[in-house]
Design a protein around this ligand. Structure first.
Ligand SMILES: [Zn+2]
Length: 175
């Protein structure tokens, strides 16, 4: 996917590691490339990373270890169709009351049916784990897609330096 139509102020899909939202607004362009985006949920500013490119890079870095085969990612059109097929007013999955309610954390893992506490959206139910790197959660105000750590990919990405957002997560959690 090219960024031919990208311009400052336009919506773009990226991943916010602070709150997990995927919807961002472009705030800076360098020639034809998106340089900086702002998260629509927490207003966090960060460098733009195309979610598909980030995944490809992570795969390249992880080539030393045999990577588990994943199902091919859905195309944007397939994603839209899948989202449209779901009811807007109720969760597609019943909450699994045997599982503990977990606070949303980028670095945590979640399963379908798990209840989740989010600082902004409240308590929701995980409907789907998408390709290991996103979860679809039904909150009282609607369905949200949140980013979560991909077990292999993120280990390769984090590597040597500890990112600042890890500390931010602690702050959010203690609120
Ligand atoms: Zn955010």
């Amino acid at each position: 996917m090219g960024n031919m139509k990208a311009s400052v102020g336009a919506d773009v899909e990226s991943i916010c590691r602070k709150c997990g939202d995927v919807w961002h607004v472009i705030v800076a362009m360098v020639e034809d490339d998106i340089a900086k985006v702002q998260c629509k949920q927490c207003n966090g500013l960060h460098k733009y990373k195309d979610p598909d490119v980030a995944e490809a890079e992570a795969k390249t870095k992880a080539t030393k270890k045999p990577a588990k085969k994943r199902a091919p990612a859905m195309t944007a059109a397939q994603k839209k169709a899948a989202a449209a097929a779901k009811p807007k007013s109720k969760a597609t999955v019943a909450p699994n009351l045997k599982l503990p309610t977990k606070p949303y954390k980028f670095s945590d893992t979640f399963v379908s049916g798990q209840r989740i506490d989010h600082v902004k959206f409240g308590t929701g139910v995980v409907e789907d784990v998408i390709d290991g790197g996103k979860i679809e959660v039904f909150f009282p105000e609607g369905r949200k897609v949140l980013a979560i750590k991909k077990p292999e990919a993120t280990l390769a990405t984090l590597g040597d330096s500890r990112p600042a957002w890890l500390d931010d997560l602690k702050t959010i959690k203690s609120e």
